[in-house]
Write a protein that binds this ligand. Structure first.
Ligand SMILES: *Cc1c(COP(=O)(O)O)cnc(C)c1O
Length: 388
């Protein structure tokens, strides 16, 4: 990878960007010329490929990561009166999926140095109504799966992993995908592998997979392809579902992208290491802590400013002037107007998440970046904070 010393002026540097190659375009083109545009052979092939990659028995592909979370909540039989613990720092979809099913999200606080859901805090929020825990492998770093598995076992809860940041990540040598009862991935363009929009739930339980297959197709227990192959017009609406289907050409894109995942993870890791080294020369800005026993998927590169809010705002503004789009992941979900109004969640509920929110900034990280792009970002930050 080229590593120029002199940063060059750039038109713009987004915080994330998809990586489309000519072979991806060919793969989609081929499906567009075939007999199946929506649910066809590529959907099943993509499900098998992702499930095989993470060593899970089943994969159910749907129209988005959010739809995958929704289907997982359905498979877990979450409903009115049920509480589901989610982290305060995550994308709103993690909590929204609980609400779609009529459940109540309970926000857990995060560890200050990793922003991962803290199992000790979760333990204190478990009540007789708690049915599931949904940890998020924030930024691409796996949560403490041993601690969450123990909690789930002790309290008879389901563990549903929102691993939308963590395709290809590993916890103590085990790949994310079988460490929870169900694991959810997103194929949004900002994520590791994209299908434009798309998502998947993976897991080992056959009956949960079966339920989700019906759920993504209105609740009908036989798909059009099954009907055609078995030569029957009969179908049954067993329960209420939705149209959460993903198309065959999207799955062709996903299959093509998945082949480059190992290469993609290496590139992200290399760029993150370069950030770590370059930021080591600045004072007052720190990357999140990386745990030794985990392989980080490096979805987001998040830093904290120890001087807080004003420095973070200054850094955001200076980067914007230089064409660099930084971002903030995330505004604590319990502070969003919808949750405050509907569930009465207020400031003070998750103090560590609220404090971290004042300090965090996400710097650009995507496979098409070079070392000199990283140097350019870090040099701009150097105008805001002192260097050692
Ligand atoms: C991206 C993301 C989602 C939602 O995925 P979509 O494919 O955008 O619907 C859910 N949770 C987390 C943590 C995410 O990053």
């Amino acid at each position: 990878m080229a590593s120029k010393k002199e940063p060059i002026e750039r038109e713009s540097l987004p915080y994330a960007k998809h990586w489309i190659r000519p072979e991806d375009i060919e793969a989609v083109d081929e499906v567009l010329r075939s007999d199946w545009l929506t649910t066809g052979p590529k959907v099943a092939e993509f499900e098998r490929a992702v499930a095989a990659f993470v060593k899970a028995r089943h994969g159910v592909a749907v129209s988005s990561g959010t739809a995958a979370l929704h289907a997982a909540m359905y498979a877990a039989d979450i409903g009115p009166g049920d509480e589901v613990i989610v982290p305060a720092i995550t994308f709103v979809a993690t909590a929204n999926a609980v609400v779609y099913q009529g459940g109540t999200p309970v926000f857990g606080d995060v560890e200050p140095d990793t922003l991962l859901l803290d199992p000790h805090d979760v333990a204190e929020r478990i009540t007789p109504k708690t049915r599931a825990i949904v940890p998020v492998d924030f930024a691409g770093q796996p949560v403490n799966y041993d601690a969450f598995s123990d909690l789930a076992e002790d309290h008879d809860l389901l563990l549903l992993g929102d691993s939308c940041h963590a395709l290809g990540a590993e916890y103590q040598g085990r790949r994310i995908g079988t460490l929870a009862d169900l694991t959810v991935f997103s194929f949004h363009p900002a994520k590791h592998v994209t299908t434009g929009e798309g998502g998947m739930v993976v897991g080992d339980d056959a009956s949960m997979a079966e339920r989700m297959r019906a759920f993504r197709n209105h609740g009908i227990t036989q798909g059009p392809r099954d009907r055609m192959e078995s030569g029957t017009w009969y179908y049954e609406l067993a329960d209420l579902g939705y149209n959460l289907r993903i198309t065959d050409f999207q799955c062709a894109l996903g299959l093509s992208q998945l082949k480059r995942l190992p290469q993609l993870l290496d590139r992200r890791q290399d760029l993150a290491q370069h950030y770590d080294e370059a930021l080591g020369r600045l004072e007052g800005v720190f990357p999140l802590t990386r745990k030794e026993d985990r392989r980080h998927a490096n979805h987001l590169y998040v830093v904290r400013f120890d001087a807080g809010k004003s420095k973070r705002q200054q850094a955001f503004d200076v980067l914007a002037q230089k064409g660099v789009s930084a971002n903030v992941h995330y505004i604590p979900v319990h502070l969003q107007p919808f949750y405050r109004t509907r569930f009465g969640t207020e400031r003070g509920l998750c103090p560590r998440a609220e404090a971290a929110y004042e300090q965090i900034l996400t710097l650009p990280l995507f496979p098409g970046m070079s070392h000199s792009d990283v140097d350019y970002v870090v040099q701009a930050l150097g105008e805001v904070v002192a260097s050692s």
